[in-house]
Design a protein around this ligand. Structure first.
Ligand SMILES: NC(=O)c1ccc[n+]([C@@H]2O[C@H](COP(=O)([O-])OP(=O)(O)OC[C@H]3O[C@@H](n4cnc5c(N)ncnc54)[C@H](OP(=O)(O)O)[C@@H]3O)[C@@H](O)[C@H]2O)c1
Length: 246
């Protein structure tokens, strides 16, 4: 593949699967993490052993902190030389009935899931526009397309990511930079491990493929969208949900 990837939230879950697959396909990768320095270090050490000829580096960053992200972007560009693929993966989910949702929960979701998208994309998309080539892949969700009860705040941010994707695609695809989103269904990660078992059974019954997704299921689509094979795809939202209909 030979692409240079920057992945936010690469220490765990879907982000870590993207890091592993991109390196396996011949990419160089810088990824961000917020708190899990040990997981990030272990992933880098494992990747250095598996792919000694490739770059894999982890940098701490809170995507909701614009100044911090500016430093992260500089560090990533320094390590990679430039960037071909940005995967805006870092995100949080919260669950509560809207009637009682604390305003702070709404703000935290907006600042991380949408503020983070702004903070990360702005400094990292410019080098791709200047070099007339690149791919931005944003993590939305099926709840951004269809909505989910008890997740008004999270659903709102994931729907906003779709608007961002479509608008930015119109702005920069003419410079050779594609912008797409993926909308995963229920994927087995720490984010969904907190869902009570009885609710998981209700959701599982609605998935025609009969199982939750794996981080690798999502990573394969992301790496396809990052590749030259997807160069005529832009402004799209691809559901990766095993057929789940909410
Ligand atoms: N799992 C699903 O079913 C599912 C479905 C649809 C969409 N998604 C979306 O896919 C993305 C990844 O989800 P996941 O399930 O892999 O999540 P996860 O297992 O909870 O991992 C979240 C990742 O994001 C990082 N992160 C969280 N807040 C951050 C912040 N403020 N600044 C920088 N990094 C931050 C975490 O870093 P640390 O490890 O350092 O904390 C971690 O690497 C999210 O955008 C999520 O909304 C997930």
């Amino acid at each position: 593949m030979g692409k240079r990837f920057v992945v936010t939230g690469g220490s765990r879950g879907i982000g870590a699967a993207v890091v592993r697959l991109a390196l396996a396909e011949g990419a160089d990768v810088v990824f961000g993490y917020r708190r899990n320095a040990d997981a990030a270090r272990e992933l880098c050490e494992g990747m250095a052993k598996a792919h000694p000829e490739r770059i894999c580096a982890a940098l701490p960053v809170d995507v909701s902190d614009q100044d911090g992200v500016a430093g992260f972007a500089e560090g990533a560009l320094e390590a990679l030389g430039s960037i071909d693929v940005l995967v805006n993966n870092a995100g949080i989910s919260r669950s509560s009935a809207f009637a009682g949702m604390p305003r702070g929960e709404w703000d935290e979701l907006v600042e991380t899931n949408l503020g983070g998208l702004f903070n990360t994309t702005q400094p990292l998309v410019l080098p791709m526009v200047k070099q007339r080539g690149g791919a931005v892949i944003n993590l939305s969700s099926v709840v951004g397309l269809h909505g989910s009860a008890m997740q008004v705040g999270y659903s709102t941010t994931k729907a906003g990511i779709i608007g961002f994707t479509k608008a930015l695609s119109k702005e920069i695809s003419g410079f050779g930079v594609t912008v797409n989103a993926v909308a995963p269904g229920l994927i087995e990660t720490d984010m969904t491990a907190v869902i009570p078992e009885e609710h998981r059974e209700i959701v599982r019954a609605r998935i025609p493929t009969g199982r939750f997704g794996t981080p690798e299921d999502v990573a394969h689509t992301i790496c396809f969208l990052a590749s030259d094979r997807a160069r005529y795809i832009t402004g799209q939202v691809i559901e990766i949900a095993g057929g789940l209909v909410l």
